[in-house]
Structures are given as C-alpha cells and as structure tokens.
Design a protein around this ligand. Structure first.
Ligand code: C2E
Ligand code: CA
Ligand code: CA
Ligand code: CA
Length: 280
C-alpha cells in the first residue's frame, strides 16, 4: 500500500474510497496474507440454553499483520467483498475451520462449527468446494453450519436458493445472520432451507433497557419457533440479558458474557471450565 507509513490510523477503513492502485495493492497484500499464514481463525462458543451445553463454535477471521498487528475483519472483509477477493478468503476460512473441527472430533470433542459466508460466495461452485473439503478432512457435513447475513441472502434470493438447496442436500446447515437488520421477504425465507435465525446483536444489546428492542427479540423468537427453526442471540454482554433470553425461550446464546472469540488452542480448556461450572 502506497500510504503504508506509520500513521497509526486504520488503513482499511471500508467506507473510504480507494484509487485503483491502492485497491490492487491491498488485494495483493491480502493474497500475501493468505499465502503466508497471516489469517487466523478465532472461535466463539455458542451455548444451548436448554441444556447449558456448549457444542458449537463460530469461526471469526482475523488478520495478524506483521506491522499493524491484529486487524479485525471489519477492516478488510467489506473491501474483499467489493472486489470479489472474499471468495479466496472464504475458501481459506472453510478449509481451516473444517480441518480444525476434524481435529477436535479426533480428540473426542464433538463440536459443530459455523463459518460466515458472503453473498459473493453463493456461486454454483460452493457446494462442491465445501463437499471436497469435508471429504478431505473426513468430517461429516452435519457438523458444518454456514452463517449468511439476511441482506446477503436477499441480494438475489432466487439465485441463492439453488445453491442453498444443494448445501442442504449435502447436510450442511444454514443460519441467517444479523436477522432483523435486512428486509427479509418471509415468502423467500419460507422457501429457503434454513435451520437457525440469529438475532442481530444491536437488538440483543439493547433489549433489557429498550422495550422496542425487546419486542423485536421476542417477535423473532416467536417467528423462528412458528417456522420450526432454532433461534440464536448474539452480543450477550451481561447476566440480565442472558436471563431474559432464557425466559423468552431463546435456544442458543453467544456473547462476551459467555466467552470472547478464542484461538483454537484455548477452546478445549474453555470447554472444560464451562462443563465444570455447569456441573457445579
Ligand atoms: P458477525 O458474523 O455478526 O460476528 C459477530 C461479531 O460480534 C464478531 O466480531 C464478534 O467478535 C462480535 N461479538 C461477539 N460477541 C459480542 C458481544 O457480546 N458484544 C459485542 N459488542 N460484540 C460481540 P468480529 O469477529 O470483529 O467480526 C465482525 C464481522 O466480520 C462478523 O460479524 C462477520 O460479518 C464478519 N466476519 C468475521 N469473520 C468472517 C469470515 O470468516 N468471513 C466473512 N465473510 N465474514 C466474516
Ligand atoms: Ca456470524
Ligand atoms: Ca451476526
Ligand atoms: Ca454482524
């Protein structure tokens, strides 16, 4: 990047317009990042509120940049989505998450793993690519979930449905991320092979202090259950929110109050401690 000087400011501010040369250069930096192992996955636990079991983690990408340190996904994923480079990142994420999940299974930790995908990942080649990765690592497809935002799905729903159907036939499950922030057509939603609605954290974080947010959370839980779907809440930062979600019969909980995203080698220890707390 031409302006890679030590300005200390975020170089990847997604909202900023970039010139052609700068875009090319950021793209080659990202290419380099993939090829040189600078991307890392962190895993955030998802807890089942009915059983208190933690059997699921969501993979979240970070860029460990040699000069800038840990770059959060918000600073390069939007750029990667605009340029189409997201497909290379997603391919890497899928391979890494599936390999890690297979390693956990080999250790006797039967975890489900979710990966985040973007609208541009939903091409006709996605199902075969994921199938090939699952086979290579010997992981049954039922352990793999994909989280796709509501707005990405509604970008071109007629086209998305075909790819989603094929993922579903493989046994991969679909969670609709950031639910409530896009404009879902319920008619499309009903036709999509969805297993989970994931309520956006903007509603969850406000729900104990804002009646409108709580109403949205409550309505989404009812909508999901009426459609026969599991419902998850993200962004739980305190005990009161967790208790309220439990009372509202939300199925799955995720947030800093339960656990921050962890590097893969910290997941087993976290799980052991969690099980001790639950048993006590
Ligand atoms: P997301 O999929 O909605 O992920 C949830 C984000 O909320 C994560 O941020 C997570 O660290 C954060 N979070 C979790 N619990 C809490 C909480 O209690 N409070 C608050 N304030 N935040 C919480 P992160 O890791 O920075 O990821 C941001 C977004 O970047 C993700 O939002 C997702 O849209 C995108 N992203 C991350 N990894 C990938 C990836 O591998 N592929 C794609 N396409 N997008 C990704
Ligand atoms: Ca997600
Ligand atoms: Ca989300
Ligand atoms: Ca989000």
């Amino acid at each position: 990047v031409a302006k890679r000087a030590n300005t200390g400011v975020a170089m990847y501010d997604a909202s900023r317009e970039r010139g052609g040369a700068e875009r090319l250069s950021l793209m080659s930096e990202l290419r380099h990042a993939i090829d040189h192992g600078e991307l890392r996955l962190y895993y955030q636990p998802k807890v089942d509120l009915a059983t208190n079991a933690m059997a699921h983690v969501e993979a979240l990408v970070r860029w460990v940049h040699p000069a800038r340190g840990m770059v959060p996904p918000g600073e390069f994923i939007p750029f990667a989505e605009q340029t189409g480079f997201i497909r290379s990142i997603s391919r890497w994420v899928a391979g890494e998450a599936i390999a890690q999940c297979a390693r956990w299974h080999a250790l006797g930790l039967e975890l489900n793993v979710s990966i985040n995908l973007s609208a541009r990942d939903l091409g006709a080649d996605l199902p075969d690519a994921l199938d090939a990765l699952l086979r290579r690592h010997g992981l049954d497809a039922r352990w793999l979930w994909v989280e796709i935002t509501e707005s990405a799905l509604m970008d071109d729903p007629a086209h998305a449905i075909d790819t989603l159907e094929r993922l579903h036939r493989l046994g991969i499950r679909l969670s609709i991320d950031d639910f409530g922030t896009g404009y879902s057509s319920l008619a499309y939603l009903k036709r999509m092979p969805v297993s989970e609605l994931k309520i956006d954290r903007s509603f969850v974080m406000g729900m104990t202090g804002d009646a409108d947010d709580e109403l949205i959370v409550r309505s989404t839980i009812a909508l999901a259950h009426n459609m026969g779907l599991q419902v998850a809440a993200e962004g739980i930062e305190d005990e009161a929110t967790l208790a309220r979600l439990r009372a509202l019969h939300c199925d799955i909980a995720q947030g800093y109050y339960l656990s921050r995203p962890l590097p893969a080698d910290k997941v087993e220890g976290w799980l052991r401690e969690w099980n001790e707390v639950v048993a006590a």
